[in-house]
Design a protein around this ligand. Sequence first.
Ligand SMILES: CC(C)(COP(=O)(O)OP(=O)(O)OC[C@H]1O[C@@H](n2cnc3c(N)ncnc32)[C@H](O)[C@@H]1OP(=O)(O)O)[C@@H](O)C(=O)NCCC(=O)NCCS
Length: 164
Amino acid sequence: MEEKTAKESEAIISRVMLPPDANVAGNVFGGTILKMIDEIAGIVAIKHCRKNSVTANIEHIDFIYPVHIGDLLELRGRLNFVGKSSMEVGVEVFAENLETGDINFAGRATVTMVALDGNGKPIEVPKLKLVTDEDKQLYNAGLKRYNERVKRLKVTKRLRKKQA
Ligand SMILES: CC(C)(COP(=O)(O)OP(=O)(O)OC[C@H]1O[C@@H](n2cnc3c(N)ncnc32)[C@H](O)[C@@H]1OP(=O)(O)O)[C@@H](O)C(=O)NCCC(=O)NCCS
């Protein structure tokens, strides 16, 4: 299968935050942003493999700046790492105050998506072609997290078998 670069599947989505996205004080819910994080991770993964892809894991979520009603939220996603059927997507969140033009880094997350075949089984995806130094750094960090996840999943699967 042909390798693909992270650049080929990069994506950006944006949306103005409205009253249903926020609490009574006007602070946007974490869940609103989480849904957009999930959405962009799916777009990046499907662009990479051109297969249906589902969210297996969301980790390292940091909300570091408050987002309010009226802000324009922009999410940027790119692949960090690709395993056999799994793809780790790094997402960055920016909030723009449309009145002042100020843009703040509002958060980040790491999402693992898994590509599925027509029967809902994991299917192999194109390998990641590493071009830039940033590609290599992100890949190596992603590989470490992948290895940690594999260890943790083994324990989870053992527990599931015990309980069944
Ligand atoms: C994700 C899912 C397809 C994995 O199925 P599985 O039978 O456990 O598959 P495998 O053990 O063969 O693992 C397949 C790949 O997924 C990865 N994976 C599985 N569970 C994972 C998890 N919880 N977090 C991160 N990666 C995971 C594995 O590391 C493996 O990666 P690799 O192919 O790159 O080595 C399955 O757990 C599932 O369908 N989960 C629900 C997904 C969903 O519906 N999400 C939406 C919200 S409910």
